[in-house]
Write a protein that binds this ligand. Sequence first.
Ligand SMILES: O=C(O)[C@H](O)[C@@H](O)[C@H](O)[C@H](O)COP(=O)(O)O
Ligand code: SF4
Length: 608
Amino acid sequence: MSTHPTVLDVTDRIRERSQGPRSAYLRRLAEIRNRDRGSDRMGCANVAHAVAGIPANDKFKVVTERAPNIGIVTAYNDMLSAHAPYQGYPDIIKQEARSLGATAQVAGGVPAMCDGVTQGTPGMELSLFSRDVIAMGTAIALTHDMFDGALLLGVCDKIVPGLLIGALHFGHLPTVFVPAGPMPSGLSNNEKSKVREQAAQGLVGRQGLLDAEMAAYHTMGTCTFYGTANSNQMLLEAMGLHVPGTAFIQPGDAMRETLTREAVRTVLGRAGEAKFSCPPIGEMVDERCIVNAMVALLATGGSTNHLIHWVAVARSAGIVIDWDDFSRLSDVIPLLTRVYPNGSADVNAFQAAGGPGFVIGELLDAGLMHADVLTVRAGGIREFANIPSLAQDKRLAWTSAAPSKDEAVARPVENPFSATGGLKLLNGNLGRSVIKVSSVPDDRHVIEAPARVFDSQAALHQAFTAGELERDVVCVVRWQGPQANGMPELHKLTPPLSVLQGKGFRVALVTDGRMSGASGKVPAAIHVSPEAAAGGPLAKVRDGDVVRLDAVAGTLAVLVPDDEWAEREIAELPEAQRIADSHGLGRELFAGMRRNALTAEEGACSWL
Ligand SMILES: O=C(O)[C@H](O)[C@@H](O)[C@H](O)[C@H](O)COP(=O)(O)O
Ligand code: SF4
């Protein structure tokens, strides 16, 4: 099947736009690839320090036998249910490496923030920039420079993008991500959201809400909604950076450890029978690989956060993408899955229906993904259209993930949930923004109503509680961009806005902040750029201005006469609030990142 012309055209535009930075990146990669191995190249003291802490046999392998040495970067901590399983992974990896005549060392750890723990709290204002801290942490780990390959242990929101950004600055290394899988399903996401809306109306008390939340988030593993974490997993499969089909195998599954061991074999080029050298990640992640990730995001209604993170990831490989690229692809990429918040199923149901392998197989067969790409496996991206199982002899076997086992959750390209992807670019006199329409009811794709302007999410909650929002209203929440307060997710606004929508009011959110990948059914124009704190147009909106959000036409505008709009003065964030928004609980430490942050459409990169 030939590749779709729009997919080819978008890829060509990206390749052309990226020519300068991409060729410079590949030049640097070629230079560093020609070096001797670390234990031959580095000073004797450097090498002695690097191996002082490892067992004698491993020292011998690294220094004398010159066996491959893998650097492990781990995001283990007990705060993310998704990362808690990683505690024992390094020992399994070291053991498997030894069995293959190689060695492995924990090169370093990186921090990981659980957005569920910090959602709605000041900590969420560190969330976006924690991605760049994770990237720097990955660089600190790999800069020990004694490695012939890397294994990256991370699943959640900013951790995978941060690890990937960091690893791409060591693009000469073969690199494989190692997931730990989703938790078994507890209270369903729909049930949990219902209890939240009841609590927002005072119909359920704290204990009732806490019981529901703990029944939903009840054990180790990634949360089961299709948010940013599970979108990460889908994109890593589509980029060929995983063991095929490993993403959504649960931590307690008998296959889990075998898949971790297979990741060691894969990065060492021992996957399967074919002798295959796993390519350096900087060569693998090219324009086609990035476009494949964008296509997979759109085909599954993935997290809007990836409209920021994958721009930063691409930049790290010398590749420049923007929201027009996403928007053009979205016009031709069908929506193939309905996983919460885009439906009621969770990722366990998605896996049972065929999971990432089914989606990748469908997209490849329809020519909507590039098939001619490098991956960490000898069989290329086609291997990722399969689903793994344990054979009788406890070895891994892969079988085709097609056909879908549940067309209420995952559908073939010839019968999609929607002919276009779940994300839409909005332009107009309020700036550029994006909206995820895949989880918004069709009759809410166009909202025109008077604005109510808020300088914080707390102010919106207060107005809701005071009953001031019982009407058609476009809630404009500004000063939430990267430079203002670190661009937090405003996911806590979902319950009150959902209650208003449920009462029949026509409501929408417009913000220069972000939403969670788990946000959904309320129309929200987010990532508005330029942000208010950079003099963006949201700073000119006043209560009562009529705002029109039109996700069909792709427009976001305030309906004020042009001459009056041009004359409008730009509001200033009250100084007391600016201080309050950026001080306390460590937020001062991120002042430099806020100052340096590029726009959301430029990936909010704080290092470029
Ligand atoms: O982008 C995301 O997917 C979210 O940041 C997610 O990781 C976060 O944990 C949500 O806050 C969870 O949703 P609840 O807050 O509704 O539990
Ligand atoms: S999915 Fe979100 S809430 Fe769940 S563990 Fe990851 S960061 Fe935390």
